[in-house]
Design a protein around this ligand. Sequence first.
Ligand code: LLP
Length: 423
Amino acid sequence: MRIVKNKIFIGDVAVKDIATEYGTPTYVYDENKIRTNYRRALKAFSKHYPDFRFFYAVKACNNPAIVNILRQEGAGIDAASVNEIKLAKKIGLGGEDVMFSGNFLSDDDIRFGLKSGVIFNLDDPSILPRVVEFGKPEILSFRVNPGYGKSNVGEFVTNAGPNAKFGVHPDQVMDAYRAAKDAGITRFGAHMMPGSCITEPEYFSFITNLLMDIIGKVGKKLKIQFEFIDLGGGLGIPYRPGEEGLNVEEAAKQVAGAFKSKVREYGLKPPRLMMEPARYFVGNAAWIVGKVHSIKKSYKKIIGTDIGMNTLARPAMYGAYHHIYIDGKEKDPREKVGLCGQLCENTDFWVKERELPSTIKEGDIVVVENAGAYGFAMSYQYNGRLRPAEVLVNGKDHYLIRRREEFGDMVRNTSVPDYLKKG
Ligand code: LLP
């Protein structure tokens, strides 16, 4: 995003033109930014550990156009569900290009995963008997809960440690792999995902050491050659102005250093190193473009927009901060105001107080940044406010990559028994 002569541009396209052509609210993705983010991270990790690969966690943003960009860059897919495996397949990725890290899998989930030939990443050994009963996976890993997790989005997205629902307890990891080996599985990896949005490089080497101390012992004792170690996602981005971002080069250096020394310590054959970030690639590469509908002056001055918790759930769900720009008014004097969406629920009052231009008027264009990860993906239809459009910008070109929902999308899949239609 750039501000040129007080006008906001995404790539080389003015947000005003986007609002005119596609309406609001609209998610706008900058293709070049996604590619730059990906390449910066890949360069850092593969420089320090050449046998390295990213698997993009599609849950953060599953628009096939976006996923295709990451596929072109060389990423595999981290899938959380059968439908995410199907999405990978739709864009031409399958088999061991897909890591299936589902949670509390159903029989159907397991059967579909087996049929697809994906890497099976089990959240718990209790799932193993059904997996083996339905057909042996070619390659399997366990998601280890190394006993420690962290997140810069508070406890909300801390995915490991004693309060997390995820992963195998460190004391059970040896038995889990033994059981898998006894069941005739021959190819193995190991995985963890302890937290999301972390900007401190030393966190990544810390968790690498934790996992490797658990996995190294398993490898040695059970004579398992791990083919890959997947350190999960978690590469963070700054959300607040002035907040420091992750030094990805430093994180990569520290991770590779820790990893290589643990590989040596436990006498392992060097496995492929993998990570499955999402936020780092797409988070800062999209904005929601919305509009001010009306301004009320009641107990507080409140700017009413079409960007609400249905469009961007993170502030209402996690108290997350997202920076807001007003097109054409960034240099104007400021005052403390509130800002909200259109839903009949007060959690939709997602900015209780913030310094915004005092000149805001009806019809102004609002731009909310860092909306690319867990933005559209977590939007919903509450109050009949339907999901936004998605637009991809590449330089001066722009493409509609998901049309705005309409009434038919709200009632699709519903049916009314005949007796309720009468009377
Ligand atoms: N791998 C697994 C198994 C995951 O569960 C996740 C995210 C990722 C990778 C990607 O993590 P990332 O690189 O984006 O940190 N909705 C929350 C974030 C939840 C994270 C869920 N798992 C938010 O809006 O902050």
